[in-house]
Design a protein around this ligand. Structure first.
Ligand SMILES: Cc1cc2nc3c(=O)[nH]c(=O)nc-3n(C[C@H](O)[C@H](O)[C@H](O)COP(=O)(O)O)c2cc1C
Length: 198
């Protein structure tokens, strides 16, 4: 089993990465493979509503980091999307990325998803809510923790001092591992995916 953790920050090894690493450690302890995928610093264009992806390719016409992530999503069993908070919202970069990722792909359906946000002080719940909406329109079970999935700090060093935040990340990792194992056990017991209506 594998979880794809997407780092939506322009900082490859900043606060978001630090939070994702804490989730990753618990997943690895539970025997689950992981990959942290950084969306990079290059501009990511938004969806242009061209309709290309809905014609059966399940890939975006703009062949960039979004399609790379969609390829990786095929073999992933769960997802964690992380973003710093910019003006009380996820970053523009991750929003453009996720709009196209969710519009083009389908391989995330029925796989658990979790959002992680990090901020210096405020706006975390608004950003968290926005990210969770991608899961709840996509037939994805949402994984939670003992508190909303957020860490606080201006940078990685400050996040390491947010002990409660790091514990929330560890709990999230444990909960994701538990749910993945439940789904796997369900499959082995013959429980099939829910039938979809047209
Ligand atoms: C453009 C911009 C906007 C920001 N807006 C907020 C904000 O609304 N609330 C907040 O608490 N921190 C805000 N921050 C701070 C970042 O969320 C914080 O430094 C975070 O830890 C950075 O994560 P990263 O290292 O993964 O990029 C902002 C930072 C930038 C660059």
């Amino acid at each position: 089993m594998k979880v794809l953790l997407i780092n939506g920050s322009p900082n490859e090894k900043g606060s978001t990465y630090t939070a994702l690493c804490e989730v990753e450690k618990e997943l690895n302890k539970a025997g689950i493979e992981t990959e942290i995928f950084h969306i990079g610093k290059e501009p990511i264009r938004g969806c242009t509503a061209c309709g290309h992806c809905s014609k059966g390719s399940y890939r975006c016409i703009y062949d960039d980091t979004v399609n790379v992530a969609l390829d990786k999503a095929e073999t992933a069993d769960g997802f964690v999307f992380g973003s710093p908070v910019y003006y009380a919202a996820p970053t523009g970069q991750i929003t453009s990325f996720l709009d196209r990722f969710f519009q083009a792909g389908i391989s995330y359906q029925y796989k658990p998803g979790a959002a992680v946000v990090c901020c210096r002080r405020g706006g975390s719940t608004a950003a968290f809510e926005q990210l969770n909406k991608y899961f709840t329109i996509s037939n994805m079970p949402v994984v939670s923790s003992q508190y909303w999935n957020m860490v606080h700090g201006h940078d990685a060093e400050e996040v390491k001092q947010d002990l409660e935040g790091l514990q929330i990340m560890r709990t999230l990792g444990k909960n994701m591992a538990w749910l993945l194992k439940c789904i796997e056990a369900g499959k082995k017991a013959g429980i099939s995916l829910p039938e979809k209506e047209e």
